[in-house]
Ligand binder design. Sequence first.
Ligand code: UGB
Length: 603
Amino acid sequence: ACPPLRRNLQLLSPDEVELAKMLLNEGQIHLFEHWPEPGVDDDNKRGFFDQVRRLNSSYPGGLVSYIQNAKKLLADSKEGKNPYDGFTPSVPSGEVLTFGNDNFVSLETAGIKEACNAAFVLVAGGLGERLGYKGIKVALPRETTTGKCFLQHYIESILAFQEASCKMVDEGCQTKIPFVIMTSDDTNALTIKLLESNSYFGMEPSQVKILKQEKVACLADNDARLALDPSDKYKIQTKPHGHGDVHSLLYSSGLLEQWKTEGRKWVLFFQDTNGLLFNAIPSALGVSATKGYNVNSLAVPRKAKEAIGGITKLTHVDGRTMVINVEYNQLDPLLRATGHPDGDSNCETGYSPYPGNINQLILELGPYIEELKKTHGAISEFVNPKYTDSTKTAFKSSTRLECMMQDYPKTLPPSAKVGFTVMDTWLAYAPVKNNPEDAAKVPKGNPYHSATSGEMAIYRANSLILRKAGAQIADPVVHTFNGQEVEVWPRVTWSPRWGLTFKSVKEKVHGNSSVSQRSALVINGQNVFLEGLSLDGTLVVNAADEAEVKLTGHIQNKGWTIQHVDYKDASEKEEIRIRGFKLEKIEQLEVNYTEPGNHSLSA
Ligand code: UGB
C-alpha cells in the first residue's frame, strides 16, 4: 500500500513492521510517503520507530486508541457538538470563608493538624505558552524584593507545614511530607537542575519525586492524521496532553499505595505560578477534614470571561447531578445553550455567579485510590482545534487531545462527597500566565494574571494580613507598568515559617507598628516580633531559629525605589521585563541575628 515503506522493510524489526501496519490501518500513510531509498537517512527512519514505540506505550490502549479517540472528538468538534448536551447548569453552593474570623482561624488549626498526613503534588509540565517566557515558570521570582522563585517558596511552605503540623500533633512526630512534581520533556531537565543547584531548597532530596508526563502526537487534520515535526520529517510533532496526566502517573508510580501504607490521608494538587496559594491551604485542608470531603476544589470569585474555569452544578435530563469545573471556553456556550442569552456574564455582585476554579484540589487518599483502581487514572479528553475558517476543514496549526486534572470527579458515583471552598482572591489567587501585551488588553476590572500583577498581589496580600493583625499599613498608590494599572502596596514579604497561618502572624504583631507606602520589610526567621516598629524605608531581618527578635522604634532610610522597565528593553533580563519594573536598592537596614536568645532592634 505504501511503496516507500515497502522498499525500506528490510530496515525494520518485526515489532516495527507491526507498528507500521497499525499506522497504515489507521490512515497514517503520509508518515512514510517521503521516505527515500534504503541507504539514505536510515538512522532517522529507525529513530522514527523509536518514537512511535514510545507514543504507543505511553497512552492507555496505544496509538490505535489515541487516533480513534481523536477521530471521534474531532468529528464532534466539527459538528459543533456540545459536550454538555443534556446538562443544565446552575450555581452550586459551597463553603465560603472569611479571612481572619473565628471560623477561618479554627479551620486553619484543623488544617495544620492534618498537614503531616498529606502529600503535595505540583503540576509543572506546562510550557507557559501564554506567558511567552523561555525558562520554566517555577524558576521565576515570586517577587523581586527577595528574588525567591516559586519553587523555593513552595518547598519552604511545605517544610513549614511539616514543622508546624508535627509540633501540633506530637513533638516526636518525624513525618516528612512527600512532594511530587509532574514535569514534561519541556520542563524536566530544568526543574531537576533548579532543585539540584539549590540543594532542593532545604528539603531532603528523598522527599521529592519527579514524575515526567509523556507528550502525545499532534493531529494535522480532521482525519486525525498525525502531524510531522516541521523541522524534522522523521519525527511526529508532539505536545503536552494536559495536567490530567497527573492521575494516571500517580497511579502507575505506586506512590498512592505507599502513602496509604504510611497512613496518609490527603493529596493536595497545585499549579506552577500561584504565589498566594499557600495562604489558602491550611483553612481549605481544614474544610476537607471537618466536612469529610472526598474532593475539595479551591475557588475564588470569578469575573465573567476570566480565563479560569467556573465551578458549576450540572443536572442531566436523566436526573444525574455533579459539581464540576466547566472550563472557561465552554461556560459561555453552555449558558447560552441553556436559556441564559447573556452567556458568561457578571451578576449584580459584579462577579460571575459561578465561582472560579483555581485548580487547587484536595483529594481524600482512600476514596481516590479506590476510584483509580477502576479508571487507572484515565481522565476524559477533549480537543480544541483552531480552524482556519467556518467550514472547519483545516486547522491553523496542529492540535492534540488534552485532559485536565480537575475533570477527575466526572467518573465518581453520586455518593461521593464533592465540595468546594471559596476564598477572597486577594488572599488566595494571583497566577502568572499572561505576557505583557495580552495582559494590557484584559478588559478593565478583570485581573491581568501577569508577572506584574502576580508580584503586586503578594505585597497586597501581606499588607492586608498585617493590617488585619493590627498593624498600620499605608494605603497603596496606583502605578502603570507594561500598560497595566496596579496597586503598589508596601513591599512586605516573610518566610513561610514566619506567617504560615493568620494565627501565627497575629501572635507576632503587637503594639502600634506601622509601615509606610514606600517601605520594604523582609522577615526571614521564625521568632521576629513587630512591637511598635515604625518603618519608612527598607528593613531586612534575618534571624536564626533560636533568636527571638523584637522590632521597635522608628527606622528610616532611602529604601528601595521602583523603576519602570519597558518590556521591550532587551538590556534587562526577561524576568524583569515581563513585570515592567525593577527595584533600585538605594539604602536599607539589614540585621542578622545568628545567636540564640532575646534581641531587640530599636532605632
Ligand atoms: N500543566 C502540566 O503540568 N501539563 C500540561 O500538559 C499542561 C499544563 P495552565 P490552564 O487556575 O488559573 C487551568 O496552562 O490549563 C500544568 C485550569 O484548567 O497554566 O489554561 C502547568 O504547568 C482552569 O480551570 O492553565 O487552566 C500549570 O501548572 C483554571 O483553574 C497547570 O498545569 C486555571 O488553570 C495549569 O496550566 C487557573
